[in-house]
Design a protein around this ligand. Structure first.
Ligand SMILES: Cc1cc2nc3c(=O)[nH]c(=O)nc-3n(C[C@H](O)[C@H](O)[C@H](O)COP(=O)(O)O)c2cc1C
Length: 317
């Protein structure tokens, strides 16, 4: 299949401008290496890993692919110094940072020749990432699964705004799972797409099969952006969400919400498959998904749909 060249494929050395998002409890070395081997960029999600687990995943990923891959580092992670140290020691070449200030670590990573990309939810944060020296930004809209911006800006509005705001390349994320959606994002000026939910429904994702099945069974309106008082997150409206919503309705304080959230809710839901009591992070686009596929097939399918869409972009009836 024909490859493609733009600033993002050149930056990462990939065949296609398709990126598999770093995701807690979903994207370990198996998923990341499968995507990289298929010509996209695979990302290990370090946010749910202890430092020694991250090291093991990086080593296994290096053994499983000769192509480039990245590590996602949520900047609010408590053991972040150890994660950064391991990333440097293991010679990881690309880091996607998120959920925090890009000023703190970008310089440290860039001094060692590491490519740094930061995830943003507004043009203001995109400019800050550019000023901090990032090589590219991921602009992630309101539709996206997982943690999200408070301003609720949709991908359709965010992408053109961020493309205008910065000179560095923009990667679109949030609500993208098909080649035609990818084409739409690139028509708006994005130079690549990052897909999360699409890759949760893959054979190689480390998420529990019950969660994957809930994802492909999800209908329009089944997800919601909640917990805006703590850190906004898009998840499935399950029993756990109903408990949260009731507590918020009764005017629960931040501390009370933290207690209800407790520890390990995300692990319980997405990794252990407890669909009632766990937190099930996923994007709106889950309503378009109906099959669990090998990750490499997802990359090929999306790319083929993109190519077909490019030749015949609009439907004329
Ligand atoms: C299960 C799940 C876990 C996620 N975990 C993280 C994470 O650890 N770090 C991060 O930066 N983004 C995380 N995200 C957001 C993704 O990286 C990505 O930007 C988002 O899924 C894109 O939107 P989409 O789900 O509509 O494709 C997560 C998303 C999902 C669905």
């Amino acid at each position: 299949m024909t490859t493609f060249s733009n600033r993002i494929t050149k930056l990462f050395g990939t065949d296609y401008p398709i990126i598999q998002a770093g995701m807690i409890w979903a994207s370990g070395w198996k998923l990341a290496s499968a995507v990289s081997n298929a010509g996209g960029l695979g990302i290990i999600g370090s946010g749910s890993m202890y430092p020694d687990v991250l090291q093991e995943h990086i080593r296994k990923c290096k053994a499983a692919t000769s192509r480039s891959f990245a590590v996602n580092v949520p900047l609010l992670y408590p053991d972040i110094d150890k994660h950064i140290q391991i990333i440097i020691e293991e010679g990881v070449e690309i880091v996607f940072t998120s959920a925090g200030n890009p000023k703190t670590w970008t310089g440290v990573l860039k001094e060692r020749g590491i490519i740094v990309v930061h995830v943003v939810s507004s043009s203001k944060f995109a400019r800050k990432a550019e000023e901090a020296g990032c090589d590219a930004v991921v602009a992630e809209g309101f539709e996206a699964g997982g943690h999200n911006g408070r301003e609720e800006t949709t991908t359709m509005v965010l992408i053109p705004a961020v493309v205008d705001a910065v000179k560095i390349p923009v990667i679109a994320a949030g609500g993208i799972a098909t080649g035609r959606q990818m084409l739409a994002a690139m028509v708006m000026g994005a130079e690549a797409v990052q897909m999360g939910s699409r890759f949760v429904a893959s054979e190689e994702a480390s998420s529990h099969i019950a969660f994957k099945n809930a994802v492909i069974g999800s209908q329009e309106g089944n997800t919601i952006l909640t917990m805006k008082q703590l850190t906004p997150v898009r998840l499935i409206r399950n029993k756990f969400y109903q408990q949260l919503a009731q507590a918020e309705e009764k005017g629960a304080t931040v501390d009370e919400l933290k207690e209800l959230l407790g520890r390990g809710r995300a692990k319980k839901g997405m990794f252990e498959g407890n669909l009632d009591e766990g937190e099930l992070e996923i994007g709106q686009v889950s309503s378009l998904l109906d099959r669990i596929l090998p990750a490499g097939d997802i990359v090929k399918k999306v790319w083929q749909e993109f190519r077909e869409g490019l030749q015949n972009p609009i439907l004329i009836l």
